[in-house]
Design a protein around this ligand. Structure first.
Ligand code: PLP
Length: 422
């Protein structure tokens, strides 16, 4: 049934009946617990709902709308690509794809790129590349990848298996073989697991980690831990894969999350912020582990002229407008403000943490209040936030956010907390 036929006209009323949230729930599968809000338009870091109520957006489509809404560079790139060439398949050379790959290579530790459409798909590509590397270079028959507990790598079968959170795996077994889990930032546990895997029949192929665990509660990686992870990978000749889907593309104040840790991965993945809200994912690797040959991996939409052209415009804008400096300054301002709020609510807030413009505020475990309740109260104050688990409130505004907007967000949050604790 087309959307037009769904928008019925009420008798005697010229305006079509609004497509309500109840209508929506009747037609769309309920895979999401949605907040009761329908957004209609956006500009910069602000969005408006169907009642024309304005919100300051510290969600940015979950760390995705890098340049906010209706940014001139994106409007220009979208318009140019759709009127010139939007999709041709990978049967042919795609100039925009090549230019985007060049930008990414020149602004990261990687030498090559593969393009797809999402974070999960980028991680699937990374897992396939690591497995082929294990079989063809390391001569491993049953390769194992170590991932972290509380991680998040996507919702496909391989990536829910890689995701070290049973709640995402429940009822979807049998899961993919070849994954084991360790607690994040715990070097002893990792060394033990490395030894245990290698003493068995299976052998270690790679370690897959987020530089900062996003969905798992905004937990930054520990520098000493990641230095040791890198050493282990070098000693064993195995691959370090970093999932930069949420932390990459300037979000932490560096182009890539791994830069905060002083190490370089062999493979990394990007998606969320890469297209500024246009669906695109990338799997990047060093030339030494680029073992893919024609036919090994593919994606029909991957790196088409439209998505690549827009992503390139986002990348160039990040660079030309020195947005990373803004990310660092606004990030410090936001963390300082959140810490001040935390001091005003010492019984409620346990910790404020993050890098650049990915920050989390953790509620004390003993308080009844949950992060979705805080998010709802902030929404009533005109501020959009997103939970990262039941006790952490996440702040991931567009990277172009201004000092005034950070200040307004802090005021709205404080008001929400006052209301909640009354
Ligand atoms: C969101 C996310 C993914 C999954 O990305 P999708 O585009 O939803 O498939 C993977 N890894 C991390 C770290 C993420 O934050």
């Amino acid at each position: 049934m087309s959307l037009e036929t769904l928008v019925e006209k009420l008798p005697g009323v010229a305006e079509p009946r609004l497509f309500t949230q109840q209508d929506f729930d009747g037609y769309v599968m309920t895979t999401y617990a949605r907040f009761p809000l329908t957004l209609e338009r956006g500009a910069g870091c602000r969005v408006w709902d169907t009642e024309n109520r304005e919100y300051l957006d510290f969600v940015a489509g979950i760390a995705t709308c890098t340049l906010g809404y209706a940014h001139p560079a994106m409007v220009e790139a979208v318009t140019r690509q759709i009127s010139k060439l939007h999709h041709v398949s990978n049967l042919y050379y795609v100039r925009e794809q090549g230019e985007l790959a060049k930008w990414l290579v020149e602004h990261s530790c990687a030498d090559r790129a593969f393009f797809c459409n999402s974070g999960a798909e980028a991680n699937e590509g990374a897992i396939k590349l690591a497995r082929k590397y294990a079989h063809t270079v390391l001569n491993i028959r049953q390769p194992v990848i170590i991932t972290a507990q509380a991680s998040f790598h996507g919702r496909t079968l391989a990536t829910i298996t890689a995701t070290g959170q049973p709640k995402y795996q429940k009822n979807f077994d049998p899961l993919m073989p070849g994954f084991v889990y360790v607690p994040y930032n715990d070097i002893e546990a990792l060394e033990e697991m490395v030894a245990a895997v290698d003493s068995g029949e299976r052998q270690l192929a790679a370690i897959l980690l987020e530089p900062l665990q996003g969905e798992g509660g905004v937990r930054p990686g520990d520098v000493a831990y990641f230095q040791r992870v890198r050493e282990i990978c070098d000693e064993k000749g195995i691959l370090l894969i970093m999932d930069e889907v949420q932390a990459g593309m300037g979000r932490t104040g560096h182009y890539w999350g791994y830069e905060n840790l002083g190490i370089e991965p062999d493979i990394f993945t990007s998606a969320k912020g890469l297209g500024g809200g246009i669906p695109i994912g990338a799997m990047m690797c060093k030339s030494r582990c680029d073992v893919f040959q024609p036919g090994d991996h593919a994606s029909t939409f991957g790196g088409n002229p439209f998505a690549s052209g827009v992503a390139l415009a986002v990348c160039q804008t990040l660079e030309n407008e020195d947005i990373l400096s803004n990310v660092r300054a606004r990030g410090e301002q936001l963390r300082a403000g959140l810490s001040t709020i935390a001091q005003k609510f010492p019984d409620l807030i346990a910790e404020v943490r993050g890098w650049g413009l990915i920050n989390g505020m953790e509620l004390k475990p003993e308080v009844e209040l949950t992060s979705p309740q805080v998010v709802k109260a902030a929404m009533d104050e005109g501020l959009l936030l997103v939970p990262a688990g039941p006790k952490v409130i996440r702040f991931v505004p567009p990277l172009i956010v201004s000092a005034e907007e950070v200040e307004s967000a802090l005021q709205a949050l404080e008001k929400a907390l006052v209301t909640l604790t009354k």
